[in-house]
Write a protein that binds this ligand. Structure first.
Ligand code: ATP
Length: 131
């Protein structure tokens, strides 16, 4: 089976580095499934899950947006934050979700609203990735 090297990198350092048979991401233009040998491209990502398929197992990494750079033999995902499913603190994400929901129910300015909405999406994404 052909494989492609995938690196997931954040400002705090590398989070994932392995050869996979397929990587799927949530791009701003929609879901993208990348196989080895894909034509070069760059795309912005949504807050979402990166799915890394190797044999019968699929690993999940939660990313908070960023970019994917695809080359035929290498995929690089640059994100502000990224966590493998097993490194996600479920309690922390649940608390972040609760705080964000609380902020969204109170009237505040638009910037705070947007910030709370993004925090909520990050928390929900982290919780989904651990499921
Ligand atoms: P919180 O309010 O809990 O900090 P957040 O969405 O504001 O959540 P971020 O700013 O996205 O947090 O991330 C800050 C750092 O904490 C990053 O390094 C990120 O990987 C890490 N992180 C955030 N939430 C979790 C979590 N639930 N489990 C593990 N690491 C997390």
């Amino acid at each position: 089976m052909k494989t492609v090297l995938v690196n997931v990198v954040t400002p705090d350092g590398p989070v994932y580095d392995a050869d996979v048979e397929m990587v799927s991401v949530k791009a701003q233009s929609g879901e993208l499934g990348i196989l080895p040998g894909h034509i070069p491209m760059v795309a912005p990502l949504e807050i979402g899950a990166v799915r890394l398929k190797q044999g019968s197992s699929t690993e999940l990494v939660a990313v908070s947006g960023g970019f994917i750079e695809v080359r035929p033999d290498k995929v690089t995902i640059l994100a502000q934050t990224a966590e493998k499913a097993e490194n996600i603190d479920v309690h922390r994400a649940a608390e972040a979700k609760r705080r964000a929901e609380e902020r969204l129910t109170h009237k505040s300015d638009e910037i705070d609203f947007k910030r709370a909405e993004l925090a909520l999406r990050r928390a929900i994404n982290r919780l989904n990735v651990t499921k």
